[in-house]
Design a protein around this ligand. Structure first.
Ligand code: NAD
Length: 310
């Protein structure tokens, strides 16, 4: 019999997890505080899975109909949790709402069910410190859109039992995601810490009048980005010389001195923000954001197909 996973919150990320878990044959029970949301989610998941099948982008070995049959909704939290070996929490990123949802969940969960949170920003220890099930709490942070961008950051709290992140990592591999396991929690986890370093430097280059907005974004999309779609920063360095030691012999002192010239962390407000917003809106007016997001997702879809082929 298929193992069951409960999902708390049927918004954008809850729906994505439901599709990913079902693609590997797991039974999924979706719960939302707004029962209407669950009905909407089930309809949208059904139409998305059928469309993915038509365009040959459906993940897993099961047909769309088989995957749809694995996903059900419930308006009862206890029902969502009963028999589930893991519950994936996908409620809004607002701390009070998340804490309340987790307290409610904690009251109905029993060992050995894992509580896994999709949070992007909250530390596992902050979310779970008062839960009676806190030893089985872990963060599994996806990247949007999870169906095409496969990274999942797994982050334990200091007291999370060792088997929990190991089991979640195996689950992520089983559904075809790419997990990374942080050994301990840290603010921003890994992805956002790296993203913020990039954002800070890009901001400084515009603020200091070195590049305009369109050009500084090309440095990523036409320079670093294509490489980084396939290699990490460390492998890039290893290949750019005769290995890592050779790279550091050649470039470490330059990297150190350039890094020292990088200036303070920008506050991302005031005149610099006005300037960047103005230039961004000339390129992509606010009313075109949705169109551009669709274009981005179409590009990511094609990239995910290419990555499977290489
Ligand atoms: P969303 O607002 O689209 O969906 C949240 C859902 O949770 C809503 O349907 C809401 O009705 C429901 N909800 C609220 N309180 C609840 C409760 N007590 N019990 C059950 N359901 C409840 O949010 P989202 O974008 O899907 O984000 C969910 C989580 O995933 C957040 O923690 C977010 O940080 C994380 N995340 C989001 C993204 C992204 O790009 N959207 C990426 C990675 C991680």
């Amino acid at each position: 019999m298929a193992e069951t996973i409960g999902i708390l919150g049927s918004g954008l990320i809850g729906r994505s997890w439901a599709m990913l878990f079902a693609s590997a044959g797991y039974k999924v029970k979706l719960f939302d505080i707004e029962p209407k949301q669950v009905q909407g989610a089930l309809k949208e998941i059904e139409s998305q899975l059928k469309e993915l099948e038509k365009t040959k982008l459906l993940r897993g070995k099961l047909s769309a109909a088989q995957q749809i049959a694995l996903i059900s909704g419930t308006s009862n939290l206890k029902d969502c949790v009963t028999g589930a070996f893991l519950v994936q929490e996908c409620t809004p990123e607002i701390l009070d709402i998340k804490m309340k949802a987790l307290r409610d969940l904690d009251a109905v969960v029993q060992a050995p069910t894992i509580i896994s949170s999709s949070t992007s920003t909250h530390m596992p220890s902050v979310l779970s410190k008062d839960l009676k099930n806190k030893e089985r709490f872990v963060v599994a942070h996806p990247v949007n859109p999870p169906y095409y961008v496969r990274l999942v950051e797994i982050v334990p709290a200091p007291y999370t039992e060792e088997w929990v992140p190991v089991k979640v990592r195996t689950l992520m591999e089983t559904i075809g995601q790419v997990p990374v396991s942080l050994k301990k929690e840290i603010a921003g986890f890994s992805l956002n810490r790296i993203q913020y370093v990039i954002l800070n430097e890009v901001w400084r280059q515009v603020q200091e009048g070195i590049l305009d907005v369109a050009d500084v974004d090309k440095v990523m999309s036409e320079g670093l980005g294509p490489r980084y779609a396939f290699l990490g920063a460390l492998e890039t360095a290893h290949l750019n010389a005769e290995g890592m030691v050779s790279y550091c012999e050649r470039y470490a002192s330059t990297i150190y001195s350039v890094s020292q010239s990088m200036g303070p962390i920008p506050h991302m407000e005031g005149k610099a923000l006005e300037n960047i917003q103005k230039q961004m809106c000339e390129r992509i007016p606010l009313e075109k954001l949705q169109e551009r997001r669709q274009w981005r997702d179409a590009c990511l879809t094609k990239l995910s197909v290419l990555k499977k082929e290489v």
